[in-house]
Design a protein around this ligand. Structure first.
Ligand SMILES: [Fe+2]
Length: 678
């Protein structure tokens, strides 16, 4: 759809409206034309339900009469606010096409090396941002569109597939006969322009768009607030919901509006137990939220060959009490253990970590806006997420060290419900790794490598710069004025020292490297080192080369050595952005921590093309870093993905028993950001 209203950066400079910004149906495929100017009641109807591309389809774009997606002056376009705005929109262009069978890809630079292992790189993310009836959604509410790059066992061919996850909401919102879409679920970050607002209790919308995992032979697409969807690994057909969590009894729903009003009136009068008892049927029965809210971030303990997952209670979002349930599964998805922890604080956790002895949570403090936005959120006039906000009432950030195995097994008498308060208000987004070192004295040092931003910058309603009132994506929120750069996500190292009695002796937060202070996120490591002492972290970061997009989207991969602070980077080049990097061990690797490759998707927004780039992890920072750049057909160009997963083939996978790297003896003192002694 076209958004004709002019926008402005905070500087006051006007930006052009982005043609076909959110919906490519009219741009890339003559078979999928949905005119942007068509009235909602009379869309032009494509004939195919699923617009899949056969394996033999040409890789050139289909003829189009639509205006170009980007300004005409290509990669050399002037570094202006207008170019920045256009390019940013280019990351969030809908892709309605799916593949009916895998499409062979070609390397336009280099080649897949012989020692690149066979396997599949899966990338989760949204595929659709606008329907055919005038509604747009926040990127986090976009229907899940799974991308798959299959590195074949025989030879070095790469085949690409992409399919929407057929969630319950997707089946309801996409017309099977016409291929058109009409959003009926609001999604927690969005409002509907068309459709029912008042009394629309279809708030939660499991779009299975956040992360992806292969475990026990099952391919799962995960979302932050519900069960994962299982897909067939070969065809990407959706199998259905996979019940990781035993949800327990289902609850009958009453009239939604009555229950919501009743709940609002009574909430302030009731104790937490009663409120929770009231909220459960409301959230589950009315808002269709599962009683257990499985988080999209999981962990793999490579040493034990276990999958670790975490769920919260649905009512935790609304109450000053948080219930965390950790699950550990063996390689056949059999539940090995389940541990519950109730913490008396109102917390939001997106990512988390584990060590040999602990589950580690850094709680992001939140609060509920009962009097204001909650009512608007329930009424459908503002996103449900606007009922929540950051809670800056305390100057510190709580870190919970929760015993992973039986309480007190390690001799600690620590009360796990009492957090270690890290200095500063850090909103933790993602955790690269955590591990613990046990010393002869009995002291334990626990270290986390995480991306964290300031409470002063984080805003539920402005993530990605999305304006739910206009439906626009403004990059200026992600690129604040000079002087506020330090508030953006950075890679930090949190160190905690706990004595033999479980008392915290010191907690410090530092930049992981004083040589790289630019914004960074999506920390990734060699997965064999998860939960173990690691040296290298790979991040998405920025070169700072663009005047109007100095901080985000990322255009660089950083390889940061946590021991000596050294940093090496690779940048994609002009008008190209990068997603999350992941590490793939080299075939036949003896287990060296950086002996492998980095996969990262490059979004060449100026020409609406995606590439999967293979970097040699040991050559990041050198001219020979790029091993191959693999091109995605233009008519299958996809929007920004979120999180990915590498599934190695068994015959090519390196041993799980990777060499353990001892801590570097050349560690240098990094500048201390903040420290707190106990
Ligand atoms: Fe995430």
């Amino acid at each position: 759809m076209i958004h004709a209203a002019p926008c402005r950066f905070p500087s006051g400079k006007a930006c052009p409206p982005p043609p076909a910004r959110r919906n490519t149906a009219c741009v890339y495929s003559s078979a999928s034309v949905t005119p942007r100017a068509a009235p909602p009641t009379a869309p032009v109807i494509p004939t195919a339900r699923v617009l899949r591309v056969p394996a033999s389809a040409p890789t050139t774009p289909a003829p189009t009469t639509a205006p170009p997606v980007s300004p005409p002056d290509g990669a050399g376009a002037v570094d202006s606010a207008a170019t920045a705005f256009w390019d940013y929109q280019g990351l969030f262009v809908s892709q309605r096409r799916e593949t009916s069978s895998p499409v062979s890809l070609r390397a336009v630079d280099g080649a897949v090396p012989a020692d690149f292992p066979a396997g599949t790189y899966y990338l989760a993310g949204p595929g659709l941002f606008a329907d055919d009836h005038g509604s747009t959604v926040h990127p986090l509410d976009g229907h899940g569109y799974l991308r798959s790059f299959n590195f074949e066992s025989s030879g070095r061919g790469v085949k690409y597939s992409a399919r929407y996850v057929e969630t319950g909401a997707q089946r309801e919102e996409r017309d099977d006969e016409t291929g058109t879409w009409k959003f009926t679920h609001r999604g927690p970050f969005s409002v509907l322009k068309a459709g029912k607002k008042l009394g629309n209790m279809k708030v939660m919308k499991n779009v299975a768009n956040t992360s992806v995992l292969v475990w026990g032979g099952r391919l799962l697409c995960l979302w932050e607030g519900g069960e994962p969807y299982e897909l067939d690994r070969k065809t990407l057909d959706t199998v259905g919901l996979f019940d990781v969590v035993d949800k327990g009894m289902k609850t009958e729903s009453r009239n939604g509006e009555e229950m919501a009003a009743d709940w609002l009136r009574r909430l302030g009068e009731l104790g937490l137990d009663v409120a929770a008892a009231l909220l459960k049927p409301l959230l589950h029965g009315v808002f269709k939220m599962p009683e257990k809210r499985l988080l999209s971030h999981y962990r793999v303990d490579a040493r034990r060959n276990r999958l670790l997952m975490l769920a919260c209670n649905a009512e935790d979002m609304l109450l000053p009490r948080s219930n965390f349930t950790f699950y550990e599964f063996d390689s056949n998805f059999r539940l090995l253990q389940k541990k519950d922890f109730t913490i008396p604080d109102h917390l939001m956790v997106h990512d988390w970590a584990f060590t040999e002895g602990h589950y580690v949570l850094v709680g992001n403090r939140i609060k509920l806006d009962v009097s204001g936005s909650l009512v608007a959120a329930v009424s459908g006039h503002s996103p449900m997420i606007s009922a929540l906000s950051v809670n800056p009432s305390r100057p510190t950030s709580p870190i919970y060290l929760l015993p992973r195995f039986s309480d007190g097994e390690d001799g600690s008498r620590r009360d796990w419900a009492v957090p270690i308060e890290a200095p500063g208000q850090l909103w933790v987004l993602h955790i690269g790794n955590a591990f613990e070192r046990r010393e002869e004295s009995g002291e334990v040092e626990i270290q986390l490598q995480a991306s964290a931003c300031s409470y002063q910058w984080f805003n539920f309603q402005k993530m990605f710069g999305y304006n739910w009132q206009s439906g626009e994506l403004d990059p200026s929120f992600m690129n604040p004025k000079k002087g506020r750069q330090s508030l953006l996500p950075h890679l930090v190292k949190m160190s905690i020292r706990v004595d033999g009695d479980g008392n915290c002796r010191q907690c410090s937060v530092r930049q992981v490297s004083d040589r790289w202070t630019r914004p960074a996120d999506f920390p990734a490591i060699n997965p064999a080192f998860s939960g173990r002492d690691n040296e290298h972290v790979y991040v998405g970061t920025t070169s700072g080369a663009r005047r109007f997009l100095p901080h985000f989207p990322f255009d660089s991969v950083g390889k940061i050595n946590c021991s000596d602070g050294s940093v090496a980077t690779w940048s994609a080049g002009r008008r190209r952005f990068l997603g999350e990097p992941i590490f793939v061990p080299r075939k036949g690797s003896a287990g060296g921590e950086d002996d492998g490759y980095i996969l990262v998707v490059e979004y060449a927004v100026w020409m609406s093309r995606c590439y999967l780039v293979i970097l040699d992890a040991r050559n990041v920072g050198r001219t020979e870093a790029v091993v191959a750049r693999i091109e995605v057909p233009k008519d299958l160009n996809f929007p920004l993905g979120f999180h990915g997963f590498w599934e190695g083939r068994t015959e090519d996978s390196p041993s799980q028993e990777c060499q353990h790297h001892p801590p570097s003896s050349s560690s240098i003192s990094l500048p201390l950001v903040a420290s707190r002694n106990y």
